[in-house]
Design a protein around this ligand. Structure first.
Ligand code: NAD
Ligand code: UDP
Ligand code: UDP
Length: 312
């Protein structure tokens, strides 16, 4: 059986990836320090003999025997990654060095969960992989953006210097069941607010855009990328190119929940990107992949999850 390590495996994306890999017949080692992850995300896997959980912080070395590594460990929401920004950079940079050192010693293929944030507040729209980005190096988002950019640098240097097999995916906003209800991300915020009948908080004028990908589509792309030929290193964008404004998202959530919540306008956070949409031509041609779940269908699943977990 193939031994696969998932760092950050108790988080939102990581737990869905563990589900998928166990279902595919892999022997999965989930490593997580539970900074933002939760045991409840993986509790259903604990009795499976081909799933193993290890509490560990990836900014420290890790010696295990492994064939493939998915490196997802890193807080992903602004609220969480700005809570301890120094630790965020350590997780991205020291974590990447340790996991690359592990891949080098065990001759494992290693995939990095990078992010659309490497493009910063972009002047190129939609974003293609060859765009170098416009990132503030000293702002409140920099610990995440620059940490992820440095991790990409390390991946490509280990590839060039040590011939490591690397895969770098740049993930655009993804949502679905098991998102943290308090992580401040827009989809979870709007749904939780709508279900509780609280104000829907629109930051700025709500005209800024994002493109939201349902988690199942995202996991499919990650698994395809890991299985792709060695020459395909990425970086490769994965996400849903369907772009919406935050006002449109709020209206869709209100109509799907049937909530009577009203909109409340709040200040726009610093360095908040105005627009974001992936160009996924590369993923379409190289991975023969494109998202299949519509925003409405994905939101219905996510709303049902929050109804179950929040309202019992
Ligand atoms: P998440 O916060 O739910 O998951 C991150 C997981 O990593 C958590 O379980 C957390 O406890 C763990 N973790 C954090 N620091 C760690 C450390 N030092 N050692 C070990 N574990 C640690 O977030 P997510 O949305 O599932 O994101 C997973 C990955 O995907 C992250 O690397 C994130 O940057 C990337 N990503 C996510 C999105 C998205 O929209 N969800 C977009 C772009 C990139
Ligand atoms: N490392 C690890 N697990 C391993 C091998 C290495 O965590 O199985 C860590 C190790 O602590 C080192 C880092 O990965 O600091 C980078 O390893 P590499 O071999 O590239 O560098 P070096 O050991 O020469 O500094
Ligand atoms: N946002 C909002 N209300 C909220 C939370 C977020 O209007 O309650 C906005 C935020 O300003 C940003 C967008 O929604 O423009 C996406 O924010 P999120 O934190 O989910 O992701 P990111 O900015 O990292 O893409």
């Amino acid at each position: 059986m193939e031994k696969v390590l998932v760092t950050g495996g108790a988080g939102f994306l990581g737990s869905h990836l563990c589900d998928r890999l166990v279902a595919d017949g892999c022997d999965v080692l989930c490593v997580d320090n539970f900074f933002t992850g939760a045991k409840s995300n993986i509790a259903h896997l604990l009795s499976n003999p081909y799933f193993e959980l290890m509490r560990h912080d990836v900014s420290f070395p890790l010696y295990v025997e492994i064939g493939k590594i998915y490196n997802l460990a890193c807080p992903a929401s602004p609220v969480h990654y700005q809570h301890d920004p120094v630790q965020t950079t350590k997780t991205s940079v020291h974590g990447a060095i340790n996991m690359l050192g592990l891949a080098k010693r065990t001759n494992a293929t290693i995939l990095q969960a990078s992010t659309s944030e490497v493009y910063g507040d972009p002047e190129v729209h939609p974003q293609t992989e060859d765009y170098w980005g416009r990132v503030n190096p000293i702002g409140p988002r920099s610990c995440y953006d620059e940490g992820k950019r440095c991790a990409e640098t390390l991946f490509f240097d280990y590839h060039r210097q040590h011939q490591l097999r690397i895969k770098v995916v740049r993930i655009f906003n993804t949502y679905g069941p098991r998102m943290h209800p308090n992580d401040g991300r827009v989809v979870s915020n709007f749904i939780v607010q709508a279900l509780r009948g609280e104000d829907i908080t629109i930051y700025g004028n709500g005209e800024q855009t994002r493109s939201f990908c349902y988690v199942d589509d995202l996991i499919e792309a990650m698994v395809r990328m890991m299985g792709s030929p060695d020459e395909l290193t990425g970086p490769i964008n994965i996400g849903n190119p369907n772009e919406v404004t935050m006002l449109e998202l709020a209206e869709t959530v209100l109509s799907l929940t049937g909530s009577k919540s009203t909109l409340a306008y709040k200040p726009l956070p610093a360095d908040d990107p105005r627009q974001r949409r992936p160009d996924i031509s590369l993923a379409k041609s190289k991975l023969v992949w494109q998202p299949t779940v519509s925003l409405e269908d994905g939101l219905r699943e996510t709303i049902a999850y929050f109804r179950r977990t929040l309202l019992g």
